[in-house]
Design a protein around this ligand. Structure first.
Ligand code: 5GP
Ligand code: MN
Length: 359
């Protein structure tokens, strides 16, 4: 795997991502003339991929480029308030418009994913894109499909890397409210409101800059997290009271929701976001799993505390991937079989799950 960048230690606890200077120079040159740029988010979009794309959209337009933002499927409505969100073209709803944007574009920028197949049904259209492909991302092990890499798994979020990218191009002064709101949303959502993936001082320096631009951080938090419908809150209660399995000897908690459960609580995109984390809130639990029955398969979300790598677990057994402590995958068998299979896999890894997180 080629190394595409490194963290340079500036002093005790401040790390700063340094992009490869040749790649920055090449992109700088390419962006010095107007381009038709297509931004792409990953499937089942989260705050980081949406925020990173919208921040890039506003920034690149200020530089005089024509920009379109594409997303494979619908994103949660609690991101609708982000400036520009209404302009994103959703492949599931309008494949023709997505294809038109791709064939008109000459530069593709992928945000918050490390392989084109993370865009689901859109991926073959992306593979056939005729221009250069840039990736800005913080997942492990990026694929070989891109021309330029601005990647580091040490960054809190892709939003943080977008900030670094803009700064590396000498354009910090172009960042205004629209970009700052979007980038703050990236960092806040991908760190669970600053509870994980945020142990580098640099993240907080960037947040300070975003706040100085004028955003109201507490308000952004409210707009994203305090927007539950009654049925979403009741789904949470039901999941915790009736769909929680605790496998104490495996240090694992599983929440499972069937298609019927989701229907009963009028499931809307985004309603299960954050649910997986409740399992981890138990002291003796090191692995939390959320299983949801969607589109004739079981979507899996994994979260872990400490050393256990759920990226490996997803890659090795559930056709997925992600980060060390947060990953996702799928299972193409029934809920019952998925739960049994999961238990079997974890029983084989039991020793790896038996630890206590301490200072
Ligand atoms: P979530 O559980 O919130 O859907 O995803 C957690 C993390 O795992 C995210 O960083 C996401 O990008 C990654 N992830 C989720 N599903 C998949 C998947 O099917 N394949 C891969 N490679 N990564 C995934
Ligand atoms: Mn992310």
């Amino acid at each position: 795997m080629p190394i595409r960048g490194k963290y340079l230690s500036l002093c005790a606890n401040i790390f700063r991502f340094m992009f490869d200077s040749h790649e920055i120079e090449a992109v700088h040159k390419s962006l010095s003339v107007p381009q038709k740029i297509v931004l792409v988010s990953h499937k089942n979009p989260d705050g980081d991929t949406i925020g990173a794309s919208l921040a890039m959209m506003h920034y690149l337009r200020k530089k005089g480029h024509e920009v379109t933002a594409l997303v494979p499927n619908k994103f949660p409505s609690f991101y609708n308030w982000l400036p520009g969100a209404g302009e994103m073209i959703i492949f599931d709803q309008n494949a023709a418009a997505v294809r038109a944007a791709l064939s008109a574009g000459n530069l593709l920028i992928c945000l918050d994913f490390n392989a084109l197949n993370r865009t689901g049904n859109m991926s073959s259209d992306l593979e056939n894109f005729s221009g250069k492909k840039i990736v800005i991302d913080h997942h492990l092990e990026p694929s070989e499909e891109f021309d330029y890499y601005f990647c580091s798994s040490a960054a809190s979020s892709t939003g943080e890397l977008v900030y670094e990218f803009v700064e590396a191009l000498g354009d910090k002064a172009l960042l205004g409210m629209n970009e700052a709101l979007a980038l703050y949303t990236c960092i806040m959502t991908d760190t669970g409101s600053f509870s994980y993936n945020c142990n580098h001082g640099r993240t907080y320096h960037i947040v300070a800059e975003l706040i100085d631009i004028g955003i109201d951080a507490a308000n952004v938090h409210k707009l994203v997290y305090d927007t539950y419908t009654e049925s979403r809150l009741r789904l949470l209660g039901f999941a915790l009271s009736s769909r929680l399995l605790v496998w104490e000897n495996l240090h694992t908690a599983v929440i499972y929701l069937t298609r019927e459960d989701l229907k009963k609580f009028d499931y809307q995109v985004g309603d299960t976001e954050g649910l997986v984390n409740y399992g981890l809130s138990m002291g003796k639990i090191n692995l939390a799993v959320l299983l949801t029955e969607k589109d004739n398969q079981i979507r899996i979300s994994f979260r872990s505390k400490g050393d256990f790598s759920v990226n490996r677990l997803s890659r090795d057994f559930f056709n997925g991937g992600g980060h060390k402590n947060a990953s996702g995958g799928i299972s193409k068998t029934s809920m019952e079989n998925t739960i049994a299979n999961l238990k079997k896999v974890l029983s084989q890894l039991k020793g790896e799950l038996d630890y206590t997180v301490s200072l």
